[in-house]
Ligand binder design. Structure first.
Ligand SMILES: [Zn+2]
Length: 432
C-alpha cells in the first residue's frame, strides 16, 4: 500500500477530514454524566395545549415551605394608648370580639396582655380573611411574648428571651452643697443615688450630717442587650467618706451589703427617720428650733422638711403612744426592745395607732407643725433606758456578722471588690 501523506491530499478531502476530527474531539471531551442520568427514564413528551396535574400535595406541605403565601398576611404595629385594653386595640385593628376572647382564653401568658402600658406596641399578623394569625409583644427589653394561632382555632404563647450581658462600671464624686447634686454630677441615676443613701443609711445621717468635702465611690452593674446599654443593675461595692470616716459596703451574692470584714450594714436603728432628699436644711449650721428652746432644754434633733414629708420608724418596735397634745402636736412614741424608745413630734398626721407593731423604715406619720412648732419639721428624740441621748454618738447594738457558712465565699468577693475599687480610684486620680 502506498503511503498517503495528508498534505498531498486534494483540498476538499482535507476539509472533510478536519471537520470529522473536530466532531470526534467534541464527542470525546463532552462529559458523559448527563447522558447516563437520563439513561433509564423515558423522555417526557409534553403536548402543547394539554393540561397536566402537578405533583404537589397542598394539604400536606411542611409548614416551613408555606412562607411564600405570607404575602396574603397583613402585618401591623399597633401602639397602646392611655386607657387601652386588648379589646379596644383589636377593635381598632379590625379584629372581631371573638378574637379578643380566644386570645384571652389562652392557657399560658394571657395575663401578660392584661396590663398593657401606654406607649408599648403590639405586632399583629392578620390574614386576608381578617383572622388573627399571630401577636408579638415585647414587654421588656429582654423578653418578647409570641402568640400564634393553633390548629384548634385557639392561641398559644411562648416567651423569647434575649441574653443580657452584665458589665461593671465605676464612678465617684465629692459633695459640695448636696449629696443629690453630687450624685447627679457623678452620672448616677436618681434611683442609684437613693440606693447609695439606703446602703449607708444605718451609719450616716444623710439628712443632717453630710459635710462639704465628703466623697463617695461606687461600682455598679450595667446591663447590655445586643451590645447596647439597657439599664443599670445593682450596686456591687461602694465607699462613703463622711467627715473623715470611711464606710465601705460590699454586696454579697444574696443581695445584702456587708463591710469588707463581713459585718452587716443593716443595724437596729436608721441614722435618720426621714429620707435625706426631703430635707431642706442639709447644710444649714443654724439648726431650726423656733419655740421649744425657750420653754425647755432641747433633747432631740430637728429635721426641717415640707409638710407631708413621710417619717419612718428608725427601728423595729411597738407603738407605745400615738396621740395629740398642745406641746407635741400629733406624736408617736415607739419602744424598741427593753432599752430603747424613739419619739417623733409635730406630725401633720400620724400613720399608726397605739399598740401597733412597726417595722424599721415603715411610715409612721407625716411632717407638720402641730403643737409647739412654728414651721413644719420633725422633732426626733432617742432615749436609752429612759435617758435622752444623741442618736449620732450613742453606742448602739452591733450589727450581726455574715453567716459562718457564707463567710468564706464573701471574703473572696470582698477582696476582689476592694481591689477593683482601689484600682478605679487610682485610674481616676491619674486621669485628673
Ligand atoms: Zn425640736
Amino acid at each position: 500500500m502506498a503511503k498517503i501523506s495528508f498534505k498531498h491530499l486534494p483540498k476538499p478531502h482535507k476539509w472533510t477530514i478536519t471537520f470529522l476530527t473536530g466532531i470526534l474531539l467534541v464527542l470525546v471531551f463532552v462529559p458523559s454524566e448527563p447522558v447516563s442520568a437520563y439513561k433509564n427514564t423515558p423522555v417526557p413528551v409534553l403536548e402543547l395545549g394539554k393540561r397536566y396535574d402537578l405533583a404537589v400535595d397542598f394539604d400536606n406541605l411542611p409548614e416551613a415551605q408555606i412562607t411564600a403565601f405570607d404575602s396574603a398576611v397583613e402585618r401591623k404595629m399597633v401602639k397602646v394608648k392611655k386607657g387601652d385594653n386588648l379589646a379596644k386595640i383589636f377593635n381598632r385593628a379590625g379584629l372581631t370580639p371573638q378574637e379578643t376572647y380566644r386570645v384571652s382564653k389562652m392557657k399560658d401568658h394571657a395575663d401578660k396582655l392584661i396590663n398593657l402600658l401606654p406607649g408599648e406596641s403590639l405586632g399583629l399578623e392578620i390574614d386576608n380573611e381578617g383572622k388573627l394569625k399571630s401577636i408579638s409583644y415585647m414587654y421588656s427589653p429582654t423578653e418578647t411574648l409570641i402568640i400564634n394561632r393553633n390548629e384548634n382555632n385557639g392561641f398559644s404563647g411562648h416567651v423569647e428571651s434575649k441574653p443580657v450581658e452584665t458589665r461593671l462600671n465605676y464612678t465617684q464624686g465629692e459633695v459640695f452643697n448636696s449629696f443629690w447634686n453630687a450624685g447627679l454630677k457623678a452620672n448616677l441615676s436618681e434611683s442609684q443615688i437613693m440606693n447609695l443613701a439606703n446602703i449607708f443609711g444605718w451609719d450616716i445621717d444623710f439628712a443632717l450630717e453630710l459635710r462639704a468635702g465628703d466623697s463617695f465611690s461606687v461600682m455598679f452593674e450595667e446591663h447590655f442587650i445586643d451590645g447596647e446599654f439597657v439599664e443599670n443593675g445593682d450596686i456591687v461595692a461602694a465607699q462613703f467618706i463622711n467627715q473623715g470616716e470611711t464606710y465601705t459596703a460590699i454586696r454579697h451574692s444574696d443581695g445584702t451589703f456587708y463591710t469588707p470584714e463581713g459585718r452587716s450594714l443593716r443595724k437596729s436603728f436608721l441614722r435618720a427617720p426621714v429620707n435625706f432628699k426631703y430635707i431642706s436644711s442639709n447644710f444649714n449650721p443654724n439648726r431650726f428650733h423656733p419655740i421649744q428652746k425657750r420653754y425647755k432644754p432641747h433633747n432631740g434633733i430637728d429635721y426641717r422638711a415640707a409638710k407631708g414629708t413621710p417619717v419612718v420608724a428608725a427601728g423595729d418596735g411597738k407603738v407605745i403612744e400615738a396621740g395629740y397634745n398642745r406641746f407635741n402636736g400629733n406624736y408617736v412614741f415607739i419602744q424598741h426592745g427593753e432599752t430603747y424608745v424613739t419619739k417623733y413630734l409635730h406630725f401633720s398626721k400620724t400613720a399608726v395607732k397605739n399598740g401597733a407593731k412597726v417595722k424599721q423604715g415603715q411610715v409612721i406619720g407625716y411632717v407638720g407643725a402641730t403643737g409647739m412648732a412654728e414651721a413644719p419639721h420633725l422633732h426626733y428624740e432617742f432615749l436609752v433606758d429612759g435617758v435622752h441621748r444623741n442618736p449620732r454618738t450613742v453606742a448602739l447594738p452591733k450589727a450581726l456578722p455574715i453567716e459562718p457558712s457564707e463567710a468564706k465565699a464573701f471574703a473572696s468577693i470582698a477582696q476582689e471588690r476592694l481591689l477593683q475599687l482601689n484600682n478605679n480610684k487610682r485610674i481616676m486620680l491619674a486621669m485628673n
